[in-house]
Design a protein. Sequence first.
Length: 280
Amino acid sequence: MQHERVLPFFAKYIESELGIVYAEHNYFQLQNRLEEIAKLLSVESLEKLFKLAETGITGQFKQLLLDLATNNETSFFRDMKVFKAIENLVLPEFQKNHPAGTEMKIWSGASSTGQEALSLSMMLTEWNLKAAKPIRYSILGTDISERILLRAKSAEYSQLEVQRGLPTPYLLKYFQKNDQDRWTAQKSITSPIEFRKQNLLSPFEFSGKFHLILLRNVLIYQPLANKVEILKRVTEKLAPSGVLILGSGESLLGLSSDYTQSAFEGAVIYQRKGAQQTAA
Ligand SMILES: C[S@@+](CC[C@H](N)C(=O)[O-])C[C@H]1O[C@@H](n2cnc3c(N)ncnc32)[C@H](O)[C@@H]1O
């Protein structure tokens, strides 16, 4: 019964809600995850979970399904080349092209537990300490998973998490250790960040345009048509000449012609074509 009806049913549901496709050879993963959900909901078996789903997937059941289907892998300063490129290319360009005092708006799409947004905040703080003219900035972090967003908002990390990518001087400067050996980021780096729930496949529920968008390691899980659709709407959220950065294994090749591509020491930067270039 499980392989004939239950697993394809949930695979189809996850694909329609998240765009994430479970290939049949990965059904064992789906089964493991569904068994975890059944346990959390105190449902005895996958068949009973299936029966419950047939009456409607809502509330906690829906959130658990969406949470467990996503891969939340992230770390501080993940792919350091990218942060070097932002520091050496994107920030000076922004400063050159905007009047002093302009707020740099950054969006960390698929922000997971918040390390990407916090890394950007630390990087900008350090930049501002050295710069003749500081850059005001705000960072929006969005993700589909409520569980993950709660963690991002807490800004609290385990010893293991802070050991992944975070330079020790930054750990000591920007985090405080609590009694349970967990590290909490200081207000100075969390206050410019807002975390919100947003499914990339749904209409965006925030206004304004961004100067820099990081959309890393999330498109990789989407089928081609969804990638194109998400990128089209993300591009609309980017200011002319704004910058988009994807994950190191991702590219815009065949997905969008709205960008010019440049590289900085191995990191790929996509710059939105200005109004005139786009119209040409
Ligand atoms: C692998 S993590 C990447 C985190 C971070 N961007 C990085 O590169 O380290 C992917 C994140 O995308 C989120 N995600 C997956 N599908 C999504 C969707 N349709 N809309 C919004 N977020 C999604 C997951 O919840 C997860 O936190």
